[in-house]
Design a protein around this ligand. Sequence first.
Ligand SMILES: Nc1ncnc2c1ncn2[C@@H]1O[C@H](COP(=O)(O)OP(=O)(O)OP(=O)(O)O)[C@@H](O)[C@H]1O
Length: 306
Amino acid sequence: MEPVVAADDVSKSYDGTRALDGVSLAVPGGEVFALIGPNGAGKTTLVRCLTGTATPDAGSVSLLGESPRESGRERLGLLPQSFDPPDRLTPRELVAYYAGLYEDARDPADALREVGVEPDTDTWYGDLSGGEQRRTAVACALVNDPDVLFVDEPTTGVDPAGRRDLWSVFEDLADAGTTIFLTTHYMAEAERLADTVGLLADGRLVAEGDPAGLVAEYGGESRVVVETDADPGAFAESEFAPRATENALVFEGVPATDIGGVVAAFESRGLAFGAVEWRDPDLEDVYLALADDASPADAGDAEVVR
Ligand SMILES: Nc1ncnc2c1ncn2[C@@H]1O[C@H](COP(=O)(O)OP(=O)(O)OP(=O)(O)O)[C@@H](O)[C@H]1O
């Protein structure tokens, strides 16, 4: 079956900055694709190419089987990363404005309720909290009941409970057959929602696959994470070779039964430490392993993990 969203060897530069460098992907109908990657990796540029608001310098894109500029706008929902509507509109007025652009739109109040915004509020958009603004923006993107929905960082600025509410909204849409293309900096969001995750780094898709497959391939082993300021060098003469993160040391490959050994190693060295956690690797570990060392020189074609 023809993919709903497709990119074939897409490249795009801005004034000498190569934002996309030979990206290919295909999203089948009804799937959720999550694009992750560091700031400046090219995610928004890819979304813009796929939705027809930017034109690739090379390669081709298709949306619902057509050039994005030609595919009917009533079938597409788009929440751009920066959405800056007039401040002096209530959420209902704003969503009604978007509904008015389509022949057959949903009831604005229903769309607002779905994303958790009170449709009868008199508060202007400009006075809503950042999270309420983002939810209202999501309501604008889905008011035309699109077949394919692009959401560029939809939950940035939304509090954890609100984020989970929006995840349920996206899950319900996906269950009803909507194809969703999501970009996010929240790995838990990608892990929960996506059928397929693509990791973009320096304009190249360096890995692609289902979340569990990516974790199995790149996430490494289970690990003990110890909150501490201690230097990993303190363990040079030990059986452990920890790696430092911002506020912790990570002891990879240590089974749960050996937590005591790690704790004893801290105590015998007189090193201060806080919380001790044993956990399996997750998508964040994949991201840290791949996004950090991807460079244009060493990023080959995306390795597909299924
Ligand atoms: N309109 C533009 N003019 C010039 N450079 C641009 C433009 N849009 C993007 N870029 C550059 O292209 C690169 C990719 O940017 P892009 O916004 O696509 O990344 P991103 O992955 O979405 O980043 P973020 O996670 O910070 O939103 C960056 O180096 C950015 O500065």
